[in-house]
Design a protein around this ligand. Structure first.
Ligand code: GTP
Ligand code: MG
Length: 250
């Protein structure tokens, strides 16, 4: 972005750094960023709770846990300011909330691809949550091989002043996809975005292997899942007989 085109006027008309006016602006900006961080930590907590409830309930209903792990983050003040400058958005809370939708991020890593869609559906069906955008990079992987489900949702956070809808970016992917993405991310940064062609080809091939692994593991899981595991929960034959007796005692 051309910074000199920002709404605050040309460099010549701006107060110099160190003047009272600029100092007041900096203090205001710091407060805004701190407030945004706090609000988005609440939004992350709301989404994390939703994911935890789904995980527990799914475990209860289907006797297996579809979610391997959940990782959350709130954009750091430094990268938030960088994104404000990059987008050329007005540096006030309202404008930032409206135009930067990934201040809050929750990443859900699932065991299998099917679980990724299940989790996405279960989350986005909740009626206190508004879906702003969904990108299915599993059905349509990026050219580099990146696969993941992305959703930008808006959740209400209840503050003393009332409900504030806030955007949260949710990324859902399989363990294999997550493994690939974290390595690709490191390589991308190491080469400052200019990844050599040979490495790019290797990464694309590795992404295809990860997808094949996901398919195989899902098939294995389908074969194995369903075997009875009632005994693991203390429902041995004798206990079951006695409980039956109790349940059928007039
Ligand atoms: P941003 O401006 O980065 O937010 O991108 P976008 O608004 O076009 O959204 P997109 O859904 O493409 O990507 C959002 C986030 O997904 C990124 O910030 C990364 O965390 C992740 N992501 C997207 N593409 C890739 C990729 O190729 N590799 C890896 N490792 N992560 C990716
Ligand atoms: Mg984004």
């Amino acid at each position: 972005m051309d910074v000199s085109a920002a709404p605050a006027g040309t460099l010549a008309t701006r107060p110099a750094v160190g003047t009272q006016e600029m100092l007041a602006f900096a203090v205001g900006l710091r407060d805004t960023v701190q407030r945004l961080s706090m609000e988005h930590r609440f939004a992350v907590a709301e989404v994390e709770t939703k994911v935890m409830i789904l995980r527990e309930e799914f475990l209860h209903l289907h006797r297996y846990n579809p979610i391997e792990h959940v990782k959350s983050r709130v954009k750091s003040p430094k990268s938030l300011i960088e994104k404000v400058l990059r987008k050329g958005c007005a540096p006030d809370a309202e404008a930032i909330r409206a135009s930067i939708r990934d201040i809050a991020g929750v990443r859900v890593t699932c065991s299998f691809i099917q679980d990724c869609y299940r989790v996405l559906e279960a989350l986005t069906a909740q009626d206190d949550l508004r879906v702003l955008e969904i990108k299915d990079y599993i059905a349509e992987p990026k050219a580099n091989g990146y696969r993941s489900l992305h959703a930008i949702v808006e959740v209400p956070v209840f503050l003393s002043s009332g409900a504030l809808p806030l955007a949260v970016e949710i990324q859902i992917r399989s363990v294999a996809q997550d493994f690939w993405a974290s390595l690709e991310h490191k390589i991308f940064y190491k080469y400052d975005g200019e990844v050599p062609e040979r490495l790019r080809a290797e990464l694309a091939a590795a992404a295809a292997s990860a997808a094949a692994l996901d398919d195989r593991m899902e098939q294995l899981h389908a074969e194995v899942h369903g075997a009875s595991d009632l005994a693991d929960d203390g429902f041995d034959e004798l206990t079951l007989q006695r409980l039956w007796g109790l349940a059928h005692t007039p």
